[in-house]
Design a protein around this ligand. Structure first.
Ligand code: OGA
Ligand code: FE
Length: 275
């Protein structure tokens, strides 16, 4: 991959989970009785976030739990839910299948994010997530398979499966609020703190990340729409390969003053392997 004239690394603040006294809960809707949207507190830590481009060839889903690929996308309007599901999901499925060497891939969910559009109340557009987290846990990974494929789940869960996100800029290069990814190999199991994600109709579970100075953070400076980041959020394998990683948006101190707000889309996929 071509190396742009971008910084080797940036020093930035990352939002971690402050040591909780009970299981953290995040509400994805207006919680009842005026309860806070988050029952937990953020702890800000300075971190070094290295440029992933020079090491892109060394990254793998099984070690760092992330991969940077060059993958053009068919022209779809990423803000049109229908088009994304009809035209973009199959493309993402093909990409993940090929890159991960999977037998079957099913895209099942996506988010479009732009801070400015979300603040204006544009429908379906969310803000970047400014804290370190991993989308699935040891419990919610298999639960997603049971929820989405109830008839087949029993069979499918006998073999290896994973959850992989495909993250891509909608417009580029990204000038602010880039996504940082934490090398799975630098995360201790105790850094991953199960956190409830309450929806009106179900409760999901994610991992919040507790601070550990060992964390190795990477990002892709000035990331472009023809590039995609694959983030492994779950792997059922217990053979030493990466099972969870973590990611979060950060305020980039090198952003230009009049930076265009970051626009991105992430698609979540269930990834099934032959063995
Ligand atoms: C994700 C995610 C946050 C962001 O892709 O799972 O958490 O700010 N993204 O893009
Ligand atoms: Fe996420």
């Amino acid at each position: 991959m071509e190396t742009l004239k971008t910084p080797e690394q940036v020093e930035a603040m990352m939002n971690y989970l402050a040591q909780p006294d009970r299981k953290p809960v995040t509400y994805m809707y207006k919680p009842p009785g005026g309860a806070p949207v988050r029952t937990w507190h953020v702890a800000k830590y300075p971190v070094t976030i290295r440029n992933a481009r020079p090491v892109a060839d060394e990254l793998s889903l099984d070690r760092q739990g992330m991969l940077l690929v060059r993958a053009w996308s068919a022209a779809v309007d990423f803000y049109d839910d229908d088009q994304v599901r009809r035209a973009y999901y199959p493309e993402v499925e093909r990409l993940v299948k090929q890159v991960a060497g999977a037998a079957r891939v099913m895209a099942f969910d996506h988010n479009v994010r732009c801070g400015a559009m979300a603040k204006r109340g544009e429908k379906g557009v969310r803000e970047p997530v400014k804290y370190a987290h991993n989308d699935y846990t040891i419990k919610s990974g298999p639960q997603r398979v049971r929820d989405l494929l109830p008839a087949e789940a029993g069979e499918l869960l006998k073999r290896r499966f994973a959850v992989i996100n495909v993250w891509r800029p909608i417009r580029g290069p990204v000038e602010e609020m880039p996504l940082a990814v934490c090398d799975a190999g630098s995360i201790a199991p105790s850094d991953l703190v199960p956190t409830d994600l309450r929806y009106p109709d179900r409760t999901g579970e994610v991992y919040s990340l507790a601070y550990n100075p060992a964390h190795r953070w990477l990002y892709v400076p000035a990331m472009r729409p023809e590039e995609a980041l694959l983030l492994k959020c779950y792997d059922s394998a217990e053979d030493g390969r990466a099972r969870f990683s973590a990611h979060g948006a950060f305020e980039d101190p090198t952003s230009p003053l009049n930076a265009a707000p970051r626009e991105s889309i992430e698609v979540r996929t269930l990834v099934f392997f032959a063995s």
